[in-house]
Unconditional design. Structure first.
Length: 445
């Protein structure tokens, strides 16, 4: 038994993912349930339909710019820790600990709980289990998908492929319905707009915050860079193809929503996909979209669990008090302890959310400043690592260096400023949690 534990401790990520596996994982984590929530917020902060469409194209362009930077980092420094490893190599262990702290306490586990709740809300409508139906379903989903990933990487990625196949069918149904089916009932009339006091620049920034929130997740490819069978040199292909696929899908879906509802009705809608389906296919369409939202949430959630555990694994490898997280199960090809710990924290957040549910916008307030701060730092790390390690072989180099990395850093700085200036008190809470992590880091050797 002791010998087995020793081998488990010495085990490390092995190349087990094909290119198609990696692309499926990344597209799956990006295209989640957010696409059914954010279009209404983007529409409400867009002066016209042309800016609305341009915002989604701009989101794809910004993501592609970042993907080129991450392609170089992932191909030169492949590691299961992803951003954590880049930040540690560039800025040291204390700063990388702060990043890992933010993922454990704010960004990753919060995303898991939120996605599970989205699926739980719809399942509770189909089969209610009482006052806390959504929480019961959400906790059950997190536990189930955590077990799926513990069973091993092949089982987990196979499950993801099934989810993605069903998801593609769902996307086709939404797009074809939006373009080919004439509305049979009246589109909901928008309520008179209320002056929120937000300037046009702030509204533009808020729209981009939600667009890029919906694009969020492509950078998770960095966490699987050490597990590609073809080696990290193919990370550029994985990232670029994934971002282009996501951009095309988002553009088609939003054009479908816009074609049926129009910009004003979208801005007033609480659920654009539900309103579109009700107007075209009636109540049967509403049931269908409920199932699709649950499917999208499950697809994104499964990959979020998969990649999130890998940053926790990297944290455990570097900090002895958390060494139990840094054990890699070679037989399962997964960080089992990190998966279990992540699942426990997410379930605790779900239980907490059962009594104090925050809205979708409040969760964005909480996570956005922290997310963009570390995105900005990862962009800067590209410049630092080129300076610190000039002789390291680089299978992929960012084209037009330093223009594209500088553009990405500037865009991240703008989004950080926007997330702090136009979000609510939740942003201050997220920043406060980050400061607590900075204090904790001084107690780590």
């Amino acid at each position: 038994m002791k010998e087995k534990d020793r081998l488990t401790d010495l085990a490390a990520p092995a190349p087990a993912l094909r290119l198609i596996d990696a692309i499926v994982l990344i597209v799956g984590i990006v295209i989640g349930a957010g696409i059914f929530r954010t279009p209404s917020v983007v529409a409400a902060n867009s002066p016209d339909q042309y800016w609305f469409v341009a915002a989604w194209l701009l989101g794809g362009a910004i993501s592609l710019t970042g993907a080129l930077c991450y392609s170089e980092l992932s191909s030169v420094f492949p590691n299961a820790g992803g951003d954590y490893h880049f930040l540690k190599t560039a800025f040291g262990k204390r700063f990388s600990f702060l990043f890992a702290w933010s993922r454990v306490t704010v960004t990753q586990t919060g995303s898991i709980a939120l996605l599970a709740y989205i699926a739980g809300d719809y399942l509770a409508e189909v089969l209610p289990l009482g006052a806390y139906s959504s929480a019961f379903y959400a906790a059950g989903i997190v536990v189930s998908l955590t077990l799926v990933n513990i069973l091993g990487i092949r089982f987990g990625t196979g499950f993801q492929k099934l989810f993605m196949a069903l998801q593609i069918v769902g996307i086709l149904i939404i797009v074809l319905t939006g373009f080919l089916v004439e509305p049979t009932t009246a589109v909901p009339s928008p309520t008179p707009s209320v002056d929120t006091g937000i300037s046009s620049n702030a509204s533009t920034g808020l729209a981009l915050i939600f667009v890029l929130l919906t694009f969020g997740g492509w950078n998770e490819a960095a966490y699987i860079s050490a597990e590609l069978k073809t080696g990290s040199r193919k990370m550029a292909l994985v990232l670029i193809v994934s971002v282009l696929i996501v951009t095309l899908i988002y553009l088609l879906m939003n054009l479908a929503f816009l074609n049926v509802l129009g910009l004003s009705a979208m801005a007033a809608s609480e659920a654009v996909a539900v309103d579109m389906m009700r107007a075209t296919l009636g109540e049967k369409g509403v049931i269908l979209i409920g199932l699709l939202v649950s499917l999208f949430a499950l697809t994104s959630l499964n990959t979020t669990i998969f990649t999130g555990a890998r940053s926790n694994y990297a944290l455990g490898k570097d900090f002895s008090p958390l060494a139990f997280l840094g054990k890699w199960n070679k037989e399962k090809s997964s960080p089992v302890n990190a998966l279990i710990s992540q699942g426990v924290i997410a379930v605790v957040l779900i239980v907490f959310g059962a009594f104090t549910r925050n809205g979708f916008e409040a969760m964005v307030d909480f996570t956005a400043p922290v997310f963009w701060f570390f995105f900005l730092c990862t962009g800067v790390s590209l410049f630092v690592l080129r300076k610190k390690h000039p002789d390291v072989p680089r299978p992929f180099k960012v084209p037009l260096y330093p223009v594209i990395p500088f553009l990405f850093v500037a865009l991240c700085a703008y989004m950080l400023y926007s997330s702090l200036s136009v979000t609510g008190t939740g942003a201050l809470v997220g920043v406060a949690v980050l400061w607590v992590g900075w204090g904790v880091s001084f107690f780590q050797k």
